[in-house]
Write a protein of this length. Structure first.
Length: 585
């Protein structure tokens, strides 16, 4: 995992025993360049190579291995013409998402009823937008595990958040303004630039990790500036480790600026964070830790050998919102939003996307999500870590920086957290060794189950458990076949109302029907969505890795698998369009 070797005592509670002696220079300030935006987006990568840390073999397409930098630079001659490299190696129209026009922010509409929403999260409009360049890193920020940080650290953190809350309400750095930034980008208040018929949504797609990285980056820099500490880093809530699963106590202290009253009272300390949370069926407390570790293994290792399965699906100009969430986004990340928010249908604050960033714990929750991105990259070894697509790398967003300057930032600058000036405290990854065993190893179990064939069942409403037989177009695959192609279960045409909390789990060849037990090879993954303030139908899909799962169940020679879809929340509001197995190289 990419992090600096800091001298650190995990047992210390007396503040941060940080060795900062290798940080030599005085605080830097952000550097900006003012550029006029070209009216047509071009392939010429102004940042070409700036963040290249990975070697060329880290970028791969179906056509073989490619050096992204050479491609971007080499295509410089094409700028002016809207041409773009996509991950299959072909050229297509250049259509990355571009930052929204802030003056066209609408307070939002309930898209079903066409009534205006009673929430306004539009940010202040500023005419001057600067293209942001990452400042040279002179002082590295250090992001500690929340459960290991000491009193001195929390004194600083609380002071900074208190000062942020005390800024004038119209200051874009004010805490509520910051919370609104999240609301605006997720509650369908902006139009997509380039397609006024569509709304902009940076969740449930490949921009989830980069967008939130930028969001935390500026939030952290604003806090650091307010307390005049250029090394200040946000704490991460280490919920993927049993030692850190309880909500850090300071967030639950009523007199702290980190407190929020709108939370589920039964999930305050000492409750253990439930990464498989669903409002309907409470998890047996004994199962929480083993379930959590399996969930993490599944999201970080088992289901994510293809980039799309970790990051989420491609989203460009013209794509309807929510093309498909990645493994962490739809799983542990979504579960904890719902787990912390009030136990009401709308789930404020954390459990609803318009209000979620009003709870200070949001930032520690997401700092852990961001850390998991860094961890995942470290686990990839020589495998590709980034989409080579300009449609991803060149997408841009707007944020207010620590000087209240409106800046335009790009995905390409988020690929290396050290280049962004921060590192994470190194902690154990207990889920790495949590490859779950099979409950039952039995070939041909599916065919003898008597379940109907998938083709005869869909579309179907998920108001009950649905079990179907799914054909495997290829069976008895050799080790080489498996290395070449990942076998994926695709669940598509998932229609949900995004004003509702919905969740379903997916199991393969699971006959014992104990859907609360996830610590078994039969558990394939989940789909989950917390409510938004607006209400609109979205159609989305998920892909779940099967290669290792089928090996663990010892059914590589079977022609069919038995798939169980188990509704865990809001099943009556979920329609499933279809299921199929595909092979992706
Ligand atoms: Cu922007 Cu956890 O959501």
């Amino acid at each position: 995992m990419a992090s600096l070797a800091l001298s650190w005592s995990t047992t210390s509670t007396a503040g941060l025993p940080l060795r900062l002696d290798f940080f030599i220079k005085p605080p830097d300030s952000s550097t900006h360049t003012t550029r006029t935006r070209p009216s047509t987006w071009s392939c010429k990568a102004t940042n070409g190579g700036q963040n290249e840390k990975q070697s060329p073999q880290n970028v791969e397409t179906s056509q073989g291995k490619l050096d992204r930098r050479n491609l971007l630079l080499g295509m410089g001659g094409l700028y002016g013409a809207a041409v773009n490299l996509v991950s299959d190696g072909s050229l297509a129209s250049a259509t990355p998402i571009t930052s929204p026009d802030l003056s066209k922010c609408s307070t939002g509409t309930n898209l079903n009823t066409q009534q205006p929403l009673d929430v306004n999260c539009c940010p202040p409009v500023s005419k001057e937008i600067m293209d942001y360049t990452l400042p040279p890193v002179r002082k590295m920020r250090f992001r500690p595990a929340a459960h290991l940080a000491g009193e001195d650290y929390y004194a600083k953190f609380e002071k900074a958040v208190g000062l942020m809350k005390a800024l004038p309400p119209e200051d874009p750095r004010n805490f509520m303004q910051q919370a609104n930034v999240h609301c605006a980008y997720c509650n369908l208040t902006y139009q997509q630039t380039g397609d006024p018929n569509l709304k902009l949504q940076i969740h449930n797609c490949w921009h989830f990790f980069p967008w939130h990285r930028w969001y935390l980056y500026f939030f952290e820099r604003i806090l650091g500036k307010l307390i005049d500490d250029p090394t200040f880093g946000l704490p991460f809530w280490n919920w993927d480790n049993p030692n850190g699963m309880i909500m850090p106590e300071v967030f639950a202290r009523k007199d702290s600026p980190l407190f929020d009253a709108r939370r589920n009272k039964s999930h305050l300390p000492p409750a253990l964070a439930d990464l498989a949370y669903s409002s309907r069926s409470p998890t047996n407390p004994k199962k929480i830790i083993p379930n959590n570790l399996t969930v993490m293994y599944s999201e970080m290792v088992r289901n994510v050998s293809k980039l799309e399965d970790f990051y989420g699906a491609k989203y460009v100009v013209g794509t309807a919102p929510d093309p498909g969430p990645g493994s962490v986004e739809r799983g542990s990340h979504m579960a904890l939003h719902g787990w912390i928010g009030e136990s009401t249908p709308t789930g404020e604050d954390m459990g609803n996307f318009y209000s979620t960033a009003r709870d200070p714990i949001f930032y520690s929750h997401h700092t852990n999500v961001d850390r998991l991105w860094t961890v995942w990259r470290g686990l990839r070894g020589p495998k590709p870590k980034d989409f080579p697509d300009s449609d991803w790398l060149e997408a841009d967003f707007l944020f207010y920086d620590e000087n209240a300057q409106l800046v335009r930032v790009k995905v390409v600058d988020t690929l290396d957290n050290e280049k962004m000036g921060y590192v994470y405290q190194d902690v154990d990854l207990p889920w790495l060794k949590s490859r779950p065993p099979a409950r039952v190893k039995k070939s041909k179990a599916a065919s003898s189950s008597g379940a109907p064939a998938a083709e005869t069942v869909f579309p179907v409403k998920l108001d009950k458990v649905v079990k179907v037989l799914v054909n495997r177009p290829k069976k008895s695959r050799s080790k080489k076949d498996k290395e070449k192609e990942e076998e994926l279960l695709v669940i598509e045409g998932i229609e949900v109302d995004n004003a509702k909390f919905v969740k379903f789990d997916v199991f393969v060849n699971d006959e014992d029907d104990k859907p609360d037990e996830l610590d078994k090879a039969e558990y394939a993954g989940c789909y989950s969505q917390v409510p938004h303030k607006n209400s609109t139908k979205v159609k989305t899909k998920i892909r779940l890795g099967l290669t290792e799962l089928l090996e663990d169940l010892d059914v590589e020679d079977d022609e069919k698998i038995l798939v169980s879809l188990v509704p865990k929340a809001g099943g009556e509001d979920i329609i499933i369009g279809g299921i199929k197995i595909i092979y992706v190289s």
